[in-house]
Design a protein around this ligand. Structure first.
Ligand code: CP3
Length: 347
């Protein structure tokens, strides 16, 4: 396991490795983003992919929540959709609507338009950003690198846009399982090389986002998602601590723990004790505050955050939201969540 000895705050790394810590570490999924006025100022000047592809901008945005909100980890500013882009697909980000992939994958001929060999080499700008961020952070907090899980990327690559159900993507898998598995394996191969590139550039730990894992039943989650996540975790877990976040896929927490990941993300629809029962006691749990609860009055945020900390108990817990922070959350409320965790001590 590689560890950066220059880290002044390594609470999150120690928690993932099951070591004792003075307090629970905290960060927020999607913490670098739209609720911060400093981010919106940059958004008004540069397009989304300009922000991702310019290391100076990605670096500045990555550091914003560390400076402004005081979280215990930085997460690389980028997006999971840079991988399909690097594989040869066009990806647009439409303001206030979300991702658009105008030529989605529907047939074997479509699959021939994209490639896996060499694709991770198209993401050099991400590795450059990571090197710059590590230098700029100067050991203040660890840097989290990330990628989307193959299943969640397939959802966007086949559906072509966001969806509540991803029914076209699921239909594709059930009608053309052979093609689906070819695509999932291609994404997996690129993702492994990409994450190894992030490690080489200096990422201290990694998270795999399977935002749509919860759309599949347990058997289909194994078939179309987990067997690929397993390959990714196996390839990186001995190099840096690794978290798997498959939103809604709580019935597979035990199987996900068995991949050898160091941490599992959970959302707010499962209780801490239930998640612990499913996942076993040898893995760190991350979560699970309802992001919409950050819209409540500050005093309530403090009370419910403390209740969450008590429910998970000391050790083997990283405080986080159960999904990404919402754009309409006041910065002071995000800060109240973070400050409450940092002030709390288990009896
Ligand atoms: O966490 C961070 O702060 C780091 C940066 C980050 C972004 N996207 C920046 C972003 C991370 C880790 C992601 C992951 C991501 N991207 C996921 C998995 C996590 C999740 O929330 O489920 C998914 C599904 C995507 C795909 C994606 N990118 C969508 C659906 C959208 C539009 C809707 C939305 O959530 O904003 C994006 C755009 C995007 N990615 C923005 C940001 C800051 C917003 C664009 C903007 O306002 O400028």
């Amino acid at each position: 396991m590689r560890r950066d000895n220059n880290l002044k705050n390594d609470l999150i790394i120690r928690t993932l490795l099951g070591e004792q810590t003075e307090r629970t570490p905290v960060w927020m999924m999607r913490q670098a983003g739209r609720y911060l006025p400093e981010y919106i100022a940059l958004r008004n000047k540069y397009s989304f992919f300009e922000r991702c592809q310019t290391p100076e901008l990605a670096c500045e945005i990555t550091l914003q929540p560390v400076d402004i909100v005081g979280v215990d980890a930085a997460i690389l500013f980028s997006d999971i959709l840079v991988v399909p882009q690097a594989m040869g697909m066009e990806v647009q980000l439409i303001e206030k609507q979300g991702p658009l992939l105008p030529e989605p994958i529907k047939t074997a001929a479509d699959l021939n338009r994209i490639y896996s060999a060499g694709a991770a080499g198209n993401l050099e700008y991400v590795y450059d950003a990571i090197r710059m961020i590590k230098k700029e952070l100067d050991g203040r907090v660890p840097l989290i690198g990330f990628a989307g899980a193959p299943w969640t990327l397939l959802c966007y690559m086949v559906q072509g846009k966001g969806s509540k159900t991803f029914d076209e993507a699921k239909g594709f898998c059930y009608q053309n399982p052979k093609l689906a598995h070819q695509l999932l394996q291609m994404i997996t191969d690129v993702t492994i090389e990409y994450l190894k590139g992030q490690i080489a550039a200096g990422a201290d730990m990694l998270q795999v986002f399977d935002s749509w894992g919860g759309l599949l039943n347990k058997q289909d989650f194994e078939t179309f998602s987990l067997q690929y996540i397993r390959q990714i975790v196996a390839a990186i877990k001995d190099e840096v601590p690794t978290i798997v976040f498959a939103k809604g896929a709580w019935s597979s927490l035990g199987e996900m723990a068995a991949t050898g990941a160091h941490g599992l993300g959970i959302d707010w629809c499962i209780e801490a004790q239930q998640a612990r029962q499913f996942a076993g006691d040898k893995i760190t749990l991350q979560g699970n505050y309802d992001p919409a609860r950050l819209l409540a009055p500050v005093e309530e945020i403090q009370q419910t955050t403390e209740a969450m900390l008590r429910a998970f108990g000391p050790g083997r817990h990283i405080a986080n939201l159960g999904h990404g922070i919402l754009p309409n959350v006041p910065v002071a409320h995000a800060k109240a969540f973070v400050d409450t965790v940092k002030a709390f001590r288990h009896a």
